[in-house]
Design a protein around this ligand. Structure first.
Ligand code: CDP
Ligand code: CDP
Length: 234
């Protein structure tokens, strides 16, 4: 039996983190955890309660009062393209958190230190036993700085926007590719420039640019790196 690792995958929106992380977890028999879903869930709750996204104190309080569960998707959810199932305070919000509005609100809320503190602690608890692939923006830098394998997943902004646009098309949403590119760039800028835990490659993270790589190819590369680490960890 080889030892199980903690694998951190970070990168910008649309770089393939969720799809690739989920595939890697399945290939290794690990648990897949999407930290972004937690920011999205708190953002959805804030939007529903009409809490101003500039009110740091109330939002941090809201995060403390929120219970989020990440589960494996049902067969129907999987067929509809969802990579995980998200339950917010006992309510299914899997589809609701995947809108552009929630994504933008999540990236605003993610700049607040008090909100991050709560969610990071929760993420550390979820992944404490190892055998996990967690993806997000600060997993290798803040959540699991001692993860045995860190990947920084990149792809050009144009291809990332194109991937997101295709997803919108499949859901019957009619955004132009320019609109999606602007949304992706806007969020990237906020994620990279914020003061707390900005999106940055950890010094010891392997940079994987999958602009011209498919999902399977990218996942296999990461699994290969993981297998090497599993052997040295034994
Ligand atoms: O989680 P993140 O925002 O980084 O990206 P994702 O949701 O995993 O991927 C965005 C879209 O790009 C999905 O529809 C993936 O199937 C697709 N994708 C791709 O076509 N080729 C890749 N190498 C990676 C992702
Ligand atoms: O799937 P996509 O890459 O578009 O976004 P996501 O992973 O669902 O994350 C939504 C937003 O939450 C991001 O734009 C970040 O602002 C924030 N986030 C974060 O700050 N730290 C994380 N570990 C994960 C997400």
């Amino acid at each position: 039996m080889s030892a199980k690792l903690t694998i951190a995958i970070d990168g910008p929106a649309g770089s393939g983190k969720s799809t690739v992380a989920r595939r890697v977890a399945a290939m290794l028999g690990y648990v897949y955890l999407d930290s972004g879903a937690m920011y999205r869930a708190v953002a959805l709750k804030a939007l529903e309660r009409k809490i101003p996204l500039g009110n740091d104190t109330r939002l941090a309080q809201l995060a403390r009062e929120t219970h989020i569960e990440l589960k494996a998707p049902t067969a129907e959810q999987e067929a509809a393209g969802f990579k995980n199932r998200v339950v917010l305070d006992g309510r299914e919000v899997t589809a609701e958190i995947r809108t552009g509005e929630v994504a933008q609100a999540a990236s605003r809320l993610a700049t607040i230190a008090g909100v991050r503190e709560v969610l990071v602690a929760e993420q550390q608890k979820c992944g404490a036993g190892g055998g996990v692939v967690m993806e997000g923006r600060d997993i290798g830098t803040v959540v699991f700085p001692r993860a045995e394998l860190k990947i920084f997943l990149e792809a050009s902004a144009e291809i990332r926007a194109q991937r997101r646009w295709m997803e919108h098309q499949e859901k019957g949403e009619t955004f132009s590719i320019e609109q999606v590119l602007e949304e992706v760039r806007d969020r990237d800028r906020r994620d990279r420039e914020r003061k707390v835990s900005p999106l940055v490659r950890a010094a010891d993270a392997v940079l994987v640019d999958n602009t011209a790589m498919g999902i399977e190819e990218t996942a296999r590369l990461i699994v290969m790196l993981a297998r090497e680490k599993e052997v040295t960890k034994q």
